[in-house]
Write a protein that binds this ligand. Structure first.
Ligand code: NAD
Length: 498
C-alpha cells in the first residue's frame, strides 16, 4: 500500500506509530496511508529549519526570486502528474485540479517579483542630520495548516510568500489528501531551494497542537473550518504567535430582476456544484429579488442542474466528481434531510446517487431547494456539498441584508445590469470579497484573499501585500552620523523633530 511520509531534512522521520487512511473517493476504497506525526517529528523539522533559515534569509532577494521562477517552471512541467495525484485523493475532476494548481502558481508568479515588494521606506532628514528607514525582515520559521479542498493552491498561497521573503516554512496538509504538498516540496528543492526551507509534516490535532505550542515557530497560517480556525487562532495567539486563520463560508449570489438569467444559470451551476460544492468561495445560496425573478430563474435552473454530469474525476466530460470521504457524503446528505425537515421545498434531490461501476464512490447528486428561510439551521451553517438553497427576497434591501447578517462573510456576488445597484451593494455588504457579475470572486494573486466575520480570525489576508506583511516584521532604523569636524564635535544632542 502506498504510504505518504513526512518530508523532513535529515533522513527518515522514524517509524510512525499512527497512520491515517487515504481514500480513493471514486471507488470508496482505501488507496494508501499517511503517517500521523507528533511533537518529536515536528522538533526534527524545526531543527532543520533553524539550521537553514539564516542562510536563506541572507540570500539576496533576487536569488530567492530565481528559485521561484524555476519552481514555477517545474510545477508546470509536472502539471499532469500533480493534477492526477490531486484528483485521485480529493475527487475533483482533472480540470479542477489543474485550476487548483494554476491558482497557486499565480501566487508563485507574484513571488517572482519579491525584491520589488520588499523595498523598505526611507525618509531623508527626518530630524537634524537624521535619516529614518524601515525594512521588512522574515519572521524566522512559519507554519501552514491547510484544508482538504485545495491541496495545491492553499499550500502555495502560504509557502510561496513565506519562503520568498526569507522564512523557513513547515506545512501540515490535510490528512485526507496529503500527497500533493509533499510533491510540491520536492519540486521546491529541485528548483534550488536549500534543504530545510520547505518541509512537510503530517498529522491531525496532535500535530496541529504541537505546531501551536512550539516556541520556535513565529507565525501560523491556517485555513479550514471556522470552529477549528477559532481554536487555532486563540491557542496560537496565547502562545505569542502571529496567526491568521481563515474559516468556513456560506456565500450568497444576489440576482436582481434585470440580470441576464442565462448567464446567471451558467455561473450558478458552476459556482454551486463545481468541485462538488467543496469550495470556500462556492455559491451555495441564491437570492432572487422578487417572485417573478425567482420563478424565471428556477425554470431555467432545473433543466441546467438535471444536465450536470457527475462522474469519476478522470472523466473529461464530468462537471464534478465525488465528495472527499464517506463521512462527508453522510454529512451533506444529513443537511439535505435537515433542510427538508425544516420545511424548505426540495426541487432536485441528489441523495442516493450512484454511478454504475462505482457504487461505493462518495457521490452526491446536485440538489436544489426553494423557499429556504433565514431561521433554518441548514441556511445558517455551511453544508460544503453540491446543494443550492434559494432564499427569496422581496427587494434589494432585504437581499443586501442576508449576506450582511450571516455569521460568515467570505464571498458574495451580485448579478445585475444596474451599475448603481452593484456599486451600492459592493459598498454596503458586510463581506470580505465581492463579485459583480463574477460568481467566484477569488482575487488575483497580487491582490489579497480573506473573508470577514466567522470566515477569518486575525487581521491579515493571504497573499498580495497582506501576505508579505503577515510573513515579515518591520524594523525601523533612525540613524545619525555626526561629523566630528563640524562645530559641536561628537557631542550627542537629543534630536528633536522640529
Ligand atoms: P478542517 O477544519 O476539518 O481541517 C483543516 C485543518 O485542520 C486540517 O489540516 C486538519 O488536519 C486540521 N484539524 C482538523 N481537526 C482539528 C482539530 N480538532 N484541532 C486542530 N486541527 C484540526 O477543514 P477541512 O474539512 O479540511 O476543509 C474544509 C473547510 O475549510 C470548510 O469549512 C471550508 O469553508 C474551509 N475553507 C476556507 C477557506 C477560506 O479561505 N476561508 C478556504 C478553503 C477552505
Amino acid at each position: 500500500m502506498r504510504q505518504t511520509d513526512h518530508f523532513i531534512v535529515g533522513g527518515p522521520a522514524g517509524e510512525a506509530s499512527r497512520f491515517g487512511d487515504i481514500f480513493d473517493p471514486n471507488s470508496g476504497a482505501v488507496q494508501g496511508r499517511v503517517a500521523l506525526g507528533d511533537a518529536a517529528v515536528l522538533d526534527r523539522a524545526v531543527a532543520a529549519a533553524q539550521a537553514a533559515q539564516p542562510g536563506w534569509a541572507a540570500t539576496n532577494p533576487q536569488r530567492r526570486a530565481r528559485v521561484m521562477f524555476e519552481f514555477k517552471r517545474l510545477v508546470e512541467a509536472n502539471m499532469d502528474e500533480l493534477a492526477h495525484m490531486l484528483s485521485s485523493e480529493h475527487g475533483k475532476v482533472i480540470a479542477d485540479s489543474k485550476g487548483d494548481i494554476q491558482r497557486g502558481l499565480e501566487v508563485i508568479e507574484f513571488c517572482c517579483g519579491i525584491p520589488h515588494v520588499l523595498k523598505g521606506e526611507y525618509t531623508q532628514g527626518a530630524g537634524p542630520g537624521i535619516d529614518v528607514y524601515s525594512m521588512r525582515q522574515p519572521i524566522g520559521i512559519g507554519a501552514g495548516i491547510t484544508p482538504f479542498n485545495f491541496p495545491a493552491m492553499i499550500p502555495l498561497w502560504m509557502s510561496g510568500v513565506a519562503i520568498a521573503v526569507g522564512n523557513a516554512f513547515i506545512i501540515k496538509p490535510s490528512e485526507r489528501d496529503p500527497s500533493v504538498p509533499v510533491r510540491l516540496a520536492e519540486l521546491f528543492i529541485e528548483a534550488g531551494l536549500p534543504e530545510g526551507i520547505c518541509q512537510v509534516v503530517h498529522g491531525d490535532k496532535e500535530m496541529v497542537d504541537a505546531i501551536l505550542d512550539h516556541p520556535a515557530i513565529g507565525a501560523v497560517s491556517f485555513v479550514g473550518s471556522s470552529d477549528i480556525a477559532h481554536y487555532v487562532y486563540n491557542r496560537g495567539v496565547a502562545n505569542g504567535k502571529r496567526v491568521q486563520a481563515m474559516g468556513g463560508a456560506k456565500n450568497h449570489g444576489i440576482v436582481m430582476p434585470d440580470a441576464d438569467l442565462d448567464q446567471v444559470v451558467n455561473d450558478l451551476t458552476g459556482a454551486a456544484f463545481g468541485s462538488a460544492g467543496e469550495r470556500c468561495m462556492a455559491l451555495p445560496v441564491v437570492v432572487p429579488v422578487g417572485d417573478a425573478t425567482a420563478e424565471a430563474l428556477k425554470a431555467k435552473l432545473i433543466p441546467a442542474i438535471e444536465k450536470l454530469k457527475v462522474g469519476v474525476s478522470t472523466d473529461p466530460d464530468a462537471h464534478y466528481g465525488p465528495v472527499v470521504t464517506a463521512a462527508h457524503k453522510a454529512k451533506v446528505e444529513g443537511w439535505i434531510q435537515t433542510c427538508i425537515d425544516e420545511g424548505a421545498e426540495l426541487v432536485v434531490d441528489g441523495r442516493g446517487f450512484t454511478l454504475q461501476g462505482h457504487e461505493n464512490g462518495f457521490f452526491v447528486g446536485p440538489t436544489l431547494f426553494d423557499h429556504v428561510t433565514t431561521d433554518m439551521q441548514s441556511y445558517k451553517e455551511e453544508i460544503f456539498g453540491p446543494v443550492l438553497q434559494m432564499v427569496r427576497a422581496a427587494d434589494f434591501e432585504t437581499a443586501l441584508s442576508l449576506p450582511t447578517k450571516h455569521q460568515y462573510g467570505n464571498g458574495v456576488a451580485i448579478f445585475t445590469r444596474n451599475g448603481h445597484a452593484a456599486r451600492e451593494f459592493a459598498a454596503r455588504v458586510n463581506v470580505g470579497m465581492v463579485g459583480v457579475n463574477v460568481p467566484i470572486p477569488v482575487p488575483v494573486a497580487y491582490h489579497t484573499f480573506g473573508g470577514w466575520k466567522r470566515s477569518a480570525f486575525g487581521d491579515t489576508n493571504q497573499h498580495g501585500m497582506e501576505g508579505v506583511k503577515f510573513w515579515t516584521k518591520v524594523k525601523t532604523v533612525t540613524a545619525r552620523w555626526p561629523d566630528g569636524s563640524l562645530d559641536g564635535g561628537n557631542a550627542f544632542v537629543i534630536p528633536t523633530m522640529g
